[in-house]
Design a protein around this ligand. Structure first.
Ligand SMILES: [Fe+2]
Ligand SMILES: [Fe+2]
Length: 219
């Protein structure tokens, strides 16, 4: 399905762009990066990641899953929507802190904490969509008779923001954060057992559970 393929491909640049933001912020705090690139990062993340990418998930994919594939609004979709809101608020906080010039020690500490939180939520969110939401969505949409979903090209402004992201990734090699747990499946998601029972419990039908039992019985 073209929309899902596009969203998955967009994750690669967004993922790298978040790592580049972390590198930039380390350098900014060390006093070796200027304020202008901070504005460029915010523009890339707001216009391309939140504006173009998240908007097509919220406006096209999530409604199709609820309205056409009869998936519940609660559970995985609600968790992913909440991540979009949380990261948008964190990005606004980062933007306000990046505007300080010079950056004093208290603001630097707050900026670092906000960037770490933003990156961890975004990276886990990308993993959850790539490994759980997208692969589970396509067969369900197909079964509901939905073989394609509408998509669109980036506007001139969104394409400029994407190009800005590519240039920033080239200028700031993405930070490799060993403190974040990344990987496939619901097990890495902090919402599991809190606000979401996991995709299988939230989405699977009785026949899917029976198929799994049969499969395990054969093994
Ligand atoms: Fe998303
Ligand atoms: Fe996404």
């Amino acid at each position: 399905m073209r929309l899902i393929e596009e969203l998955c491909a967009e994750h690669e640049l967004i993922d790298a762009g978040i790592g580049a933001l972390r590198t930039y912020i380390e350098r900014r705090i060390a006093g070796v990066a200027g304020v202008d690139d901070g504005r460029r990062f915010v523009r890339f993340l707001r216009v391309y990641a939140a504006g173009f990418h998240h908007a097509r998930e919220e406006d096209v994919l999530f409604p199709a899953l609820v309205e056409r594939a009869d998936r519940p609004e609660a559970g995985p979709i609600a968790v992913l929507r909440e991540d979009h809101l949380r990261t948008s608020a964190l990005l606004s906080r980062i933007e306000a802190l990046l505007a300080a010039d010079p950056l004093d020690a208290a603001h630097a500490q707050e900026l670092h904490a906000a960037a770490v939180e933003y990156s961890h939520v975004m990276w886990r969110h990308i993993d959850a969509e790539n490994s759980v939401l997208f692969p589970e969505s396509e067969p369900r949409l197909r079964r509901a008779g939905v073989f394609e979903l509408p998509t669109r090209s980036a506007t001139v402004e969104e394409a400029e923001a994407r190009d800005l992201g590519r240039a920033l990734v080239a200028a700031y090699p993405p930070f490799d954060d060993r403190m974040v747990v990344r990987g496939d499946g619901c097990v890495c998601c902090p919402a599991l057992g809190e606000s979401c029972p996991g995709l299988e419990r939230a989405w699977w039908s009785d026949s899917e559970w029976e198929e799994l039992d049969d499969h395990l019985g054969e093994g």
